[in-house]
Design a protein around this ligand. Structure first.
Ligand code: ZN
Ligand code: FE
Ligand code: FE
Ligand code: ZN
Length: 270
């Protein structure tokens, strides 16, 4: 049996996911996973106040409790599955020192770097699709890939998430932004960061994994390591679409994926 992982799952704390964290672990075991990494959304360190947007991320004062819960689940399920301590971190240009100091007290296994905040607003929230009409897909993709390249180069993260996220609501990357996308692939390659292959896009209007097959092919050719993920926001979404993304990976020529422990990487055949 190939080594099976899910490197992107949320908890109720973010305000838009549900279920008991223990049930995410139970689902992972039932689906035959060897590892599950909890990667809830980082508290919104770049906004004022303890809980600036309760439906987007946990409050700042919930982070200790999140870490304690994940570490307790690791002990509870030791021997059945490896439960990893991770976090999905919003990358925000110029706010790196605040993120570094927020992260520094905890024993992370894996840190995901995500760009959801582009030009002063979310690109993937309910209502964000309109931005493609108002600002234009070209401006959104171009700025998004500029920020994603900076996130890769920052050295703060182990994995870049949903590489082509602006497509979420069905807007394909404009031809004119091919160079911006290629620059982000090159930034990822140079930094040594891994990239997730996520089934989440299959549940969204775009109806295809992140990254799209041709982009995945470019990442594989650049020898960028892959992790497999569901971006589950409910227990039943753990390892969701796993067969489909394994097929996508094989079609792109990928032959391995990686896992992390205390931010050190291990390679596994796919
Ligand atoms: Zn979320
Ligand atoms: Fe995300
Ligand atoms: Fe996520
Ligand atoms: Zn996500």
């Amino acid at each position: 049996m190939p080594y099976a992982t899910d490197y992107h799952v949320h908890t109720f704390r973010c305000g838009h996911a549900g279920g008991a964290s223990r049930d995410y672990v139970r689902t992972a075991i039932a689906k035959g996973l060897d590892e599950i990494a909890f990667t809830d959304h980082v508290p919104l360190y770049f906004m004022e106040g303890d809980d600036p947007l309760p439906e987007f991320a946990m409050a700042k004062d919930e982070l200790d409790g999140y870490v304690a819960e994940v570490l307790a689940l690791r002990e509870e399920f030791r021997g059945d599955i490896d439960v990893l301590l991770g976090l999905e971190c919003d990358y925000v240009e110029g706010r790196e020192p605040e993120l570094r100091s927020l992260l520094s007290p905890y024993p992370w296994d894996v840190l995901l770097g995500s760009v959801h905040w582009v030009a002063g607003a979310w690109i993937d929230a309910p209502g964000s699709a309109r931005r493609h009409e108002v600002e234009g897909s070209r401006a959104i993709f171009s700025e998004y890939y500029r920020l994603l390249s900076l996130a890769a180069a920052s050295g703060m993260f182990d994995v870049l998430t949903h590489f082509d996220l602006p497509k979420k609501f069905g807007h394909r990357r404009p031809f004119e932004c091919a160079g911006d996308e290629a620059a982000a692939v090159e930034a990822a390659r140079e930094s040594g960061i891994a990239v997730e292959l996520s089934s989440a896009g299959l549940r969204k209007p775009i109806g295809e994994p992140y990254p799209a097959p041709p982009l995945l092919r470019a990442l594989v050719l650049a020898e960028i390591p892959l992790v497999l993920s569901s971006d589950a926001h409910a227990p039943q979404e753990v390892a969701w679409g796993r067969a489909a993304i394994l097929e996508t990976a094989a079609a792109a020529g990928a032959v391995e994926h990686v896992s992390f422990s205390r931010r050190k990487r291990t390679r596994h055949p796919l």
